[in-house]
Write a protein that binds this ligand. Structure first.
Ligand code: PLP
Length: 446
């Protein structure tokens, strides 16, 4: 319930808006709790047949048509999830958000509502593994083909384009090398193409903003048509809950809700609650701190003799440093290069580099407190993994080599520990790995 006389949310910065004043909602009439209760009700009591009829007839209609949501059944709509969606839409600068059970169910829904049989997708050649599998394995069964190209190159886009193209799909920064794709440049390219296309044949841009989070980058403002998220990562932030969201203009609301109703990837209100109450209100504070650590650690690694290269959009040495500065920005205009970095041990220092990398990772896994060997990212704990043999293991070796994912490469997702301690854990592990160079019997250069 909106209390009369309150200042508008728009008058506040994102960081404050995510904490205060966002729990008044068209989705729930309560006002006494500081924290919204966890709603847990599969069905909702209806006061009359008329209301029941309206609940079904009005499902999926936006605020303009149906100011009051009529709750009927949890898979259709839930008040707490509705509050989370309002807040997510606000954070990304979109008109509406629809939440899902996981990032993958959100991505399936975004592609599901935008495409139909014989349509084509152009996707960047490096994607989250399950997104790649969805596009290359499942969607072709429904007659939707994807061309995977390097979206950093306009000529690659031009040669992939056809009359059937309906969606351009990308992630930026790209996992795990942190390559950036210029969203504005793709939007300009699409502008040229779309001016000659009928409304229903316009090519639409979908951006997975999971790595950056809306704190670091808001693709809708740069020209994306829809943004998708794995809430499981930095938005939920504590590593306790999975979720996903699609955010964009109100014209997609109905289809997204109907898709969710029928395919069923519904976010449980019990998972929506921690994301609403812990995740979003702390997002800005966590990102600021995690980024600060990423910056310190990136510089430390860059200066270490055993490290061959560090890829982090916050480093001056980053190949796309200028694009990083214009594209990755907090809502207050501060440069915000994110909390994930990639670095490579210098294989030339070792005769058996894979063994040295394994030693380094195992040493961290068993001896360090601040760095945990685990997949996923965007948690309060700092996580490390080896993309070549772990998250990206299913990709062909030649392809990994061509995009710069090496057997010596590691992805580090900075958490909230004190960066001195993270640095110290890395320094000790690198020191022990360096000992391999001189230790007898070890397959390394003298
Ligand atoms: C984790 C992740 C996904 C998938 O999200 P889930 O919540 O695990 O389904 C999609 N895209 C990116 C970039 C991710 O990191």
């Amino acid at each position: 319930m909106k209390r009369k006389g309150r200042r508008n949310r728009q008058d506040y910065r994102m960081r404050s808006a995510m904490i205060d004043g966002c729990y008044d909602s068209r989705h729930w009439e309560y006002d006494h709790h500081l924290i919204p209760p966890i709603s847990s009700s599969v069905a909702f009591r209806l006061s009359s047949l008329h209301r029941g009829e309206e609940g079904f007839a009005r499902f999926g209609e936006g605020e303009d048509i149906c100011p009051e949501t009529i709750f009927v059944y949890d898979r259709l709509d839930d008040p707490l999830r509705g509050m989370l969606e309002e807040k997510l839409a606000y954070a990304e600068g979109g008109e509406v958000a629809v939440s899902f059970a996981s990032g993958m169910s959100a991505i399936s829904a975004a592609l599901g509502v935008l495409t139909k049989q014989t349509d084509e997708v152009i996707a960047h050649n490096m994607l989250y593994g399950c997104t790649y599998s969805l596009l290359s394995h499942w969607l072709p069964r429904y007659g939707i083909q994807t061309k995977f190209v390097d979206l950093k190159s306009t000529s690659a886009l031009n040669s992939a384009l056809s009359e059937k193209t309906k969606v351009v799909y990308l992630e930026t920064p790209v996992n795990p090398t942190l390559d950036l794709i210029d969203i504005g440049a793709i939007k300009n390219w699409l502008g040229d193409i779309n001016k000659d296309r009928a409304e229903d044949r316009k090519v639409l841009l979908v951006v997975d903003n999971t790595f950056a989070t809306p704190y670091c980058q808001r693709p809708l403002s740069l020209g994306a048509d829809l943004v998708v998220h794995s809430l499981t990562k930095n938005i939920a932030g504590f590593g306790t809950d999975m979720g996903g969201a699609v955010i964009g203009p109100a014209k997609y609301l109905r289809d997204l809700l109907l898709y969710r109703k029928d395919f069923g990837g519904v976010l449980s209100p019990k998972s929506a609650w921690p994301i609403l109450v812990y995740g979003l209100p702390t997002l800005a504070a966590r990102m600021v701190n995690q980024q600060k650590s990423a910056q310190h650690i990136a510089r430390f690694l860059e200066s270490h003799p055993l490290v061959k290269r560090v890829l982090y959009p916050g480093l001056k040495s980053f190949p796309q440093w200028e694009l990083a500065q214009s594209q990755m920005m907090s809502p207050d205009g501060k440069f915000s290069p994110g909390s994930v970095l990639y670095f490579e041990l210098d294989s030339e220092k070792f005769t058996d580099a894979p063994k040295a990398v394994e030693f380094f990772i195992d040493y961290l896994a068993n001896n360090s407190r601040c760095i945990t060997l685990a997949v996923s990212l965007g948690q309060v704990r700092t996580l490390i993994e080896a993309p070549y043999s772990m998250t990206h293991s299913s990709l062909p070796a030649e392809f990994k080599n061509s995009i710069g994912v090496s057997t010596c490469g590691l992805r580090l997702s900075l958490g909230l520990e004190d960066w001195h301690d993270i640095e110290n854990d890395l320094e000790v592990a690198l020191g022990r790995t360096a000992d391999l160079i001189t230790s007898p019997g070890c397959a390394v250069h003298p």
